[in-house]
Every structure is written in structure tokens, then in C-alpha cells.
Design a protein around this ligand. Sequence first.
Ligand SMILES: Cc1cc2nc3c(=O)[nH]c(=O)nc-3n(C[C@H](O)[C@H](O)[C@H](O)COP(=O)(O)OP(=O)(O)OC[C@H]3O[C@@H](n4cnc5c(N)ncnc54)[C@H](O)[C@@H]3O)c2cc1C
Length: 426
Amino acid sequence: MRPLNIGIAGAGPAGLAAGMMLSRQGHRVEILERFDAASPVGSGLMLQPTGMTVLNALGLLPSMLALGSRIDRLYGADAKSGRTVLDVRYDALAGGRFGLAVQRAALFNTLHDAVITAGLPVRTGVTLADVRLAGGKAVLVDAEGHEAGAYDLVIDASGARSPLSAGSAAAPKVRELTYGAFWATLDSDGLVHDPHALVQRYDQAKVMIGILPAGRAQVGETERVAFFWSLRVADADRVREAGLNRWKAAILDYWPDCAPLLDQIADWEQLTLARYAHRTMRPPISGRVAFVGDSAHSTSPQLGQGANMALLDVAALAHALQTASDLDAALAAYAAARRNHVQLFQILSLLFTPFYQSDSTLLAWLRDRLVATIARTPPMQALLASIVSGTLIDPFAPAGLAECDWRAVGAGAEGLFRSASEAISA
Ligand SMILES: Cc1cc2nc3c(=O)[nH]c(=O)nc-3n(C[C@H](O)[C@H](O)[C@H](O)COP(=O)(O)OP(=O)(O)OC[C@H]3O[C@@H](n4cnc5c(N)ncnc54)[C@H](O)[C@@H]3O)c2cc1C
């Protein structure tokens, strides 16, 4: 296909990765972002073998490995009885897979630095509101109604609240989820924790407290953790009004080990309230627009797949543009390549989330008794590990990717972890 003139809405993980991949294929790209200075939002997230394979294709995996924390296990226990509720280990699968927990800033900086180094244009302070078709071009329109650019193709990567997705013919039905979470990125000094595990404590499905080792934002910084507390979004104001001390006391009652983290929180401003919406665009294309990442599908982060799915979308779109004969065929190929994987994981997220974030005592009871027991059997352990890895069905071939050799990557990562610690001690 001839080189295209592509406008990318949003400089999040999906938009930045799309800019990198498509410019390398010879397309002219321009990224448009609403913030005056593009910057990361939020705390930490888990990169899975899926997302890491895309970052590897971009040549950015070594940088991420040097910044992130290798995660081998997801462990959750009932806060009152101490009974194990969840214990998923990546090594239940063959192949040496693992997760990588990163600060959002680390993922953002790595992608953004690569975009800037490649000389790609990023226009900031442009809040996009609409996309129109005029003279065979997709015209982006900002919130004041001004035309922001005309392109052969627009890639909408403007996230879960995308106005372009909401206004498109394929706009998905939005289900706002009742539960969200307070998140903070905190120092791990004095915290007794497993640096290679996401650890959670539950009280039924109403309370979920988690500690995710999240590595460092820059080489040379010390490692931090992402800390989260799940709650009904509607209760957030009431919790704030009751005061920080009351909130901290409740957490300490459930999980005294959190004290060194809570000591660092002196103001509600240090906590970000994350709200989640479940929505799936079918198909993730409309006219001359391809929707990728959270703009195409968003959900609760219970399965830790969102950023990874966003990166897979980008790889699949780039692969389709490279292999199809024309733009229409490429967009159809992109939608087909991602259909099954996206649908499967959206359904799984919808099914799993209420077991961890809901008012249902029945689901919590089933989780603690039945599911916890079944999950200990070897076939279920492998199944859960492949769900967490994002590899329950093959996400790689349809996106034109070959999965990394994780044993080799893991061995290299050990060296990278060491050199990062040496940089700190130096
Ligand atoms: C608390 C929390 C924890 C999570 N944990 C994980 C995890 O462990 N693993 C995982 O894979 N995923 C996780 N996710 C999901 C993950 O963060 C998202 O799936 C991912 O960020 C999607 O990337 P994106 O680039 O599509 O969208 P975003 O990251 O939302 O980026 C969108 C970009 O578009 C810009 N933008 C928005 N509107 C406009 C506009 N109108 N005009 C111009 N620019 C605009 C925004 O400023 C932003 O820069 C988590 C999400 C949350 C909230």
C-alpha cells in the first residue's frame, strides 16, 4: 500500500505505540493529544507476555525490563481467615512466561522518548471531539469545532471515554462499573513483601486491597509499589469525609503489613480514584477510523490486560496495513484479527470481576470455597495462567507477531535488574 497520512488521537500507550510502528512502515503519522504536555495518568500496571512481545517488536522491551518488576505469581487471601483464595503462577505454563509490573510513567516515558527520538510530530493541547469524512479524507475536529487535520486514516487511541468512539456508527453500549479503586504509587521502604508477586487481601467481594511491586520510573530511581483499595465509586465521598485516619485504620485491621505504605499518605490528593467502564466496539472500525486500545474496548483491570490488548491492537493494525492490498481490506483484516481475542477477554473480565468487586456475598462465598479448591488442580492452574498471560487463544499470529523466547528474555532480564540495582548503589 502507498504511504498513508495518518492522524492518531491520543498519546497513551496505544497512540504512542501506533505512531512508532506505522512510521517505521513508511507512513506519515501525527499524534494529537489533549494535554498541554503529554504525560502518564495513574499508578502501576501489569505487562503480560502479549504486551511485552509487542514492545519487543518495537525494540523497547529491554528498556522496560530494566525499569519494571518481574512478577511470577498472583496471590490473594481472605483478610480475616488468611485462607488462600487465589494463587496463579505463570510457571504453571511451559515456556518460562512471566509478567512485568511497571509504573505507568515508565511505560509512558519509554514510548514517548522513542516517539520524540524518531522525530514524530506530537501536537499537544488539542482536545478532539469528532471525526468527519470530507473529500475522501477523515477530518479531525476539536472541541471548539475547528478542523485539526485531514488524513487518509485516523487511529483513535483516546481511551475509554473517547468522544470519537462514542460518536461513531459503531458506538458501544457503556456499562459503568459500580466498583472502582483508590490507587497510589508509594515507596516500598520498610514494607515486607514479595517483590515478584501481586498480593491481595479480600473481605468478601466488597473489600480488595492490593500491593503490586511496580519497579522504577527511571533508571537510577528506587523501586516503588502500586497500592490499591477497591470501593464502590458512589461511596468515595463518604469515605473521604470520614477521614484518612478512619480509612487507614480499616486497612490496618485487614492487613497490618500495609503500615509503611499508609504512613506515606497524608492527603487524599495522593490517591487517584479510578472508575471503570465496560464497553466493546464491534467492529472497531468505522469509515476511515480504526479504534485501538481502550477506545475500542475497556473493562475493569481485574485481569490486567488493558494496556496489553491496546498494544496487540496496534500490532494487528500495523500488520493488516502492511499485508492488505488497500485501506478498506486492511481495516477489515484488522477487525477480524482482533475479534476473537478481544471478545474472549472482555467476556472473561465481565465474568471474573464480580467475584472480586461486587456486593454479592454468594459470589464471594463461591470464590473462597469452590473456585479456590478447583483452582488448585493442575489443569485449572495452567488455564488461569494462560488467562492472566493473555494467551488463552493465540493473540500473536493474527497480529503478525512471534512470541518472545521468555527463558532467554528472563535470563537477560536478570542481568538488567542487576545493572539497574548497581546504578542505584553507585
Ligand atoms: C487503575 C487501573 C489499573 C490498570 N491496570 C492494568 C494492568 O495491570 N494491566 C493492563 O494491561 N492494563 C491495566 N489497566 C488498563 C490500562 O491502563 C488501559 O487499558 C490502557 O491505558 C489503555 O491505553 P490507551 O492508550 O488505549 O488509552 P489511555 O491510556 O487512556 O490513553 C488515552 C490518551 O488519549 C488522550 N485523550 C483522551 N481524550 C482525548 C481527546 N478528546 N482528544 C485528544 N486526546 C485525548 C488522553 O489524555 C491519553 O493520553 C488499568 C487501568 C486502570 C484505570
